[in-house]
Design a protein around this ligand. Structure first.
Ligand code: GTP
Ligand code: MG
Length: 231
């Protein structure tokens, strides 16, 4: 199968330990495109990206260091805006999202899904209890919020999803003020904005352990999420 109609968008912040393993795993998909959106990493992430992109036309990156607003959501939106293919897959740069599920997600997009959600069916054993509780609480609240507006899926806070790029660009263009640009939950923002008749599908996956480096999520991101629930 040929993946020239697909771009993988990866937001990064200090992922030197992971991005150099992730890119070759994704390049196993024939002709797939990759856009890494870096938000001012202080480690070797940018240098690694420059090397990959100088050697491989399928790999591109955006350097957001000088931008005024930084955040995971705005980075993903920038990556989607730059995407020239019909389909996009959004995934983290720390190998917690399995590259081997990308093919299945693309198949669902090709079969007509507007949005394919990677649903976490299990998480790694050592995921700290406070993170589990936080995730369960926030997911339940997010789920109810979407249910009220007639939409639902089994992992509203997943960071791993696929989207039809035309639809994504339309939603971003019409609703740029409605995304929590500095937030972490870009899928939740898309689900809120998606027309009710959109075709959703799911791909189950196991949420793995961060391969190296450290988590960037903090209490500010949690506050931004709760604000977005009531918007
Ligand atoms: N561009 C950009 N990327 C970010 C930002 N914050 C985090 N990231 C990246 O977004 C992805 C998810 O961030 P993580 O810190 O791993 O968040 P998480 O997976 O919810 O948390 P852990 O389970 O603890 O790893 C990773 O690839 C990060 O490098 C940001 O402000 N801008
Ligand atoms: Mg992570």
């Amino acid at each position: 199968m040929d993946y020239s109609d697909t771009t993988v968008v990866i937001p990064t912040l200090n992922e030197e330990k992971n991005i150099k393993s992730l890119i070759p795993l994704l390049l196993k998909y024939k002709k797939i495109n990759i856009i890494v959106v870096d938000d001012g990493s202080m480690d070797a992430t940018l240098q690694i990206l420059r090397n990959f992109s100088s050697k491989n036309r399928q790999v591109d990156f955006i350097d957001r260091k000088e931008e005024r607003i930084h955040g995971l959501t705005i980075s993903v939106l920038d990556g989607l805006q730059k995407t020239k293919t019909k389909y996009a897959i959004v995934m983290d740069g720390d190998l917690q999202h399995p590259p081997e599920k990308v093919g299945q997600m693309v198949q669902k997009l090709k079969a007509g899904s507007d949005l394919v959600i990677g649903v976490r069916t299990s998480v790694f054993d050592d995921w700290p209890i406070h993170r589990r509780l936080m995730s369960i609480g926030a997911s339940s609240i997010g789920f109810l919020r979407l249910l009220i507006s007639g939409k639902t899926c089994n992992d509203v806070l997943s960071g791993f999803f696929g989207i039809n790029v035309n639809l994504a660009k339309k939603l971003i263009g019409k609703n740029s003020g409605k995304f929590e640009m500095e937030g972490y939950k870009v899928l939740f923002d898309f689900l809120k904005l998606l027309p009710k008749n959109s075709k959703l599908s799911e791909v189950p996956y196991r949420f793995g352990e961060r391969s190296g480096g450290s988590s960037k999520i903090n209490s500010r991101h949690v506050k931004i999420f709760f604000k977005s629930v009531f918007r």
